[in-house]
Write a protein that binds this ligand. Structure first.
Ligand code: TXA
Ligand code: MG
Length: 318
């Protein structure tokens, strides 16, 4: 069946105005960022935030990330600190989210941050989301534009596949370059990474000039509401696979099985950033081809590989 993508629009002046009008009227819009696509609404509005939770079928205990144009805007809502300033200067705008203490007079609707005394603050880099944020008088609560526990979207069509016509507008900003969600780092006390991402521990340590706490258990400290099962492509995923079973889609690094059916390389030259950017795209491609199962070979657990392993590990929880 051919799909009618009529709520997907190109980015131009007219559609920027349409986006701003919808957001001002407490509606939600599908928007591109450099990490993944989000579904955004006013973080000040109960109505908008409720729409987002409902659309995603997301538990109310799982707080949303609040997106800002710059640090000045964020200072209305959170207390900043030295570690934040160092990381902000180096990485923002960019694919990193900071957990900071909420100011008592902040207008962020409590529902957006699951009534926590903290707020997740992000300054996305994609030029479309930046031009939207610049024109708004409020920050955007914006989770990834997928149903809860499913794979995040990296294109406008992916967003459509999640929500169809349930959102009035999806702005097409091309493929998300980073391809996995932002790094989430808690800066309310001794810094700790809650969700690994493209801006990985080593890069952060180089800027802060001290070591982050080791995750000796090998487990990532979880954000509240961060479920064990997540990023699920809807078919079983097996990780650390050595041998192809002959039927499943097989995801690997390198070029050993180039042009072989059923084999999908995340990066032919073993680049982990490229692999991350191809991960969700490959999950969706495999599912759309009708495979019943995904096998994934071992991915090096260094740099961005840590984020890939986090995602595929949770995708494999049945
Ligand atoms: O790259 C991204 O961050 C994308 C794009 C759209 O910006 N957004 C995204 O949002 O991934 P979402 O809602 O899918 O993930 C938000 C994560 C969750 O794991 C949540 O638990 C955590 O951020 N989080 C939000 N507020 C928090 C808080 N106050 N304390 C700790 N974790 C928080
Ligand atoms: Mg998400």
């Amino acid at each position: 069946m051919r799909k009618n993508y009529s709520n997907i629009s190109a980015f131009n002046k007219k559609n920027l105005i349409k986006t701003i009008n919808l957001l001002n009227k407490k509606n939600v819009v599908g928007l591109p960022t450099e990490t993944v696509y989000g579904v955004g609404g006013s973080a000040y509005s109960k109505n908008s935030v409720e729409k987002i939770f409902k659309l995603k079928q997301r538990p109310k205990s799982n707080p949303l990330i609040i997106h800002y144009y710059n640090i000045n805007d964020a200072m209305d809502d959170v207390f900043i600190n030295k570690n934040f300033l160092k990381l902000y200067k180096k990485f923002c705008p960019g694919p990193i989210t900071f957990i900071l203490k909420k100011k008592i007079n902040s207008k962020i609707h409590p529902l957006s941050s699951a009534k926590l005394p903290t707020i997740a603050v992000r300054f996305p880099k994609h030029k479309i989301i930046r031009s939207v944020l610049k024109k708004l008088n409020f920050p955007l609560a914006m989770p990834s534009a997928n149903k809860s526990t499913k794979v995040s979207p990296v294109s406008a069509k992916d967003v459509f596949d999640e929500f169809n016509k349930k959102i009035p507008l999806i702005i097409d900003g091309g493929i998300s370059k980073v391809g996995i969600e932002s790094t989430v780092i808690d800066l309310t006390s001794y810094p700790k990474i809650l969700r690994p991402g493209r801006i990985h521990q080593n890069l952060i340590e180089q800027i802060l000039k001290f070591r982050l706490r080791k995750n000796t258990s090998g487990k990532i400290l979880r954000s509240p509401g961060m479920m064990k099962k997540h990023y699920s492509p809807g078919i079983p995923v097996l990780i650390n696979q050595k041998k192809h079973d002959g039927k499943s889609a097989f995801i690997y690094m390198g070029y050993k099985y180039k042009n072989k059916k059923k084999f999908f390389s995340l990066s032919e030259n073993y680049n982990l950033d490229e692999a991350a950017s191809n991960l969700y795209k490959t999950f969706r491609l495999i599912r759309n081809k009708g495979y019943k199962k995904i096998q994934i070979s071992k991915i090096p657990n260094i740099g961005t590989g840590i984020a890939i392993n986090d995602r595929i590990q949770r995708a494999s929880v049945s």
